[in-house]
Design a protein around this ligand. Structure first.
Ligand SMILES: [Zn+2]
Length: 198
């Protein structure tokens, strides 16, 4: 069955622009959450007014909103609202990124949420995420039975980059355990270290 997302009715407070924008954003996030939870939704164009039941229902609701809804006027130019939405959206994404549970090794190296892509080479991504040909990663997916490098040490990126006997020519200086987060940041911000990783 096909449905069309046609309109969203927003109940905004009778108030200044900024709070209305924040309400609008809440509404967008809620809609996004609903859509993300539904794995069977596909987006596509359909013909209007030819009897698709979802489309007809949306038409009825849209008409109802124009007749019975509360008109919402945000007293600000469109580009101002857009920039408020973007700011608010970055603040929210930053909170999610800071409080998340996954991708922590990447969070350590790239703590700031940005709207422009960070230039990263494939080997660097593999190195920082640990998602690559490392025993620790392969064991997670049962491709290998053990997560050691062959000399009995934990075969993760840090080990190969600093102490494994198989990779001595590439070694970087090993950090003390408490300075590990700092080590990752330094390595990824240093062109010589990055060249070794690549
Ligand atoms: Zn080793």
């Amino acid at each position: 069955m096909k449905y069309e997302v046609r309109s969203i009715v927003i109940k905004a407070p009778e108030d200044q622009g900024e709070r209305k924008v924040s309400c609008l954003l809440d509404c967008l996030y809620r809609t996004q959450e609903i859509l993300l939870k539904s794995t069977k939704i596909k987006l596509g164009w359909i013909k209007a007014h030819v009897g698709y039941s979802g489309n007809e229902a949306a038409d009825v609701l849209a008409k109802k909103a124009t007749q019975e809804g509360i008109p919402t006027i945000i007293p600000a130019p469109r580009n101002h609202i857009k920039s408020l939405l973007q700011k608010e959206s970055i603040i929210r994404s930053q909170k999610e990124w800071d409080n998340g549970e996954t991708g922590r090794s990447v969070h350590n190296v790239l703590p700031k949420v940005k709207t422009i892509p960070t230039p990263c080479q494939r080997p660097e991504i593999i190195f920082v995420t640990g998602h690559g040909p490392f025993p620790t990663y392969l064991k997670r997916f049962s491709i290998r039975s053990r997560d050691s490098c062959g000399w009995g040490n934990l075969g993760n990126p840090l080990h190969y980059a600093t102490s494994c006997l198989f990779t001595t020519s590439y070694h970087l200086k090993k950090p003390p355990a408490d300075l590990e987060p700092l080590w990752w940041k330094r390595v990824m911000n240093n062109n010589n270290s990055r060249a070794k990783i690549n």
